[in-house]
Design a protein around this ligand. Structure first.
Ligand SMILES: [Cu+2]
Length: 159
């Protein structure tokens, strides 16, 4: 019993250290830790290590979504939640599908390395969206991942 408990704890700690979850769900409140420039994937032009739509945040329809945006990269970055469909080639604040679903105010400028911004909006329309960097050239370079607003999901996830 003691050995298996130790193994279980070790396995849980290993998982936590390797990949802390960037999502939290508390009732209708969802928090997403959105990190620009996390590691070297796609030359740093990534969100949470994802690029070109290969990672997806999913949130339940109707969630109050708080995005804690951090720039861990070397270049300036921003984000805009914009419509899904064809791969995005750019994004500015007017593309945001919900009020406040972008940061910073000047998405073409972005925030510098090591900086944070936080926004909250309501995920009031189900569907498939992109999270896109609005700094010129970054979307073209593939700095976008997906946001799914789901009628069936009960909790937020990232995969
Ligand atoms: Cu960027």
């Amino acid at each position: 019993m003691q050995v298996s408990s130790a193994l279980l704890i070790s396995a849980l700690l290993g998982t936590a250290l390797a990949a802390p979850s960037p999502v939290q769900t508390k009732g209708h409140a969802v928090t997403l830790d959105l990190i620009a420039g996390q590691g070297s994937a796609n030359g740093g032009m990534n969100f949470n290590g994802g690029a070109k739509g290969n990672r997806t945040f999913t949130v339940p329809l109707g969630s109050q979504v708080t995005i804690k945006f951090t720039n861990m990269g070397t270049l300036a970055h921003s984000f805009v939640i914009r419509k899904g469909g064809a791969a995005p080639t750019d994004a500015d604040a007017t593309d945001a599908v919900f009020p406040a679903a972008y940061a910073p105010a000047r998405v073409e400028v972005g925030i510098k390395s090591g900086m944070h911004q936080q926004v909250t909006f309501t995920a009031k329309r189900a569907g498939s969206y992109y999270i896109v960097c609005g700094v010129p050239g970054h979307a073209m370079a593939g700095q976008y991942i997906r946001l799914m607003i789901s009628k069936t999901a009960k909790v937020a996830s990232f995969q």
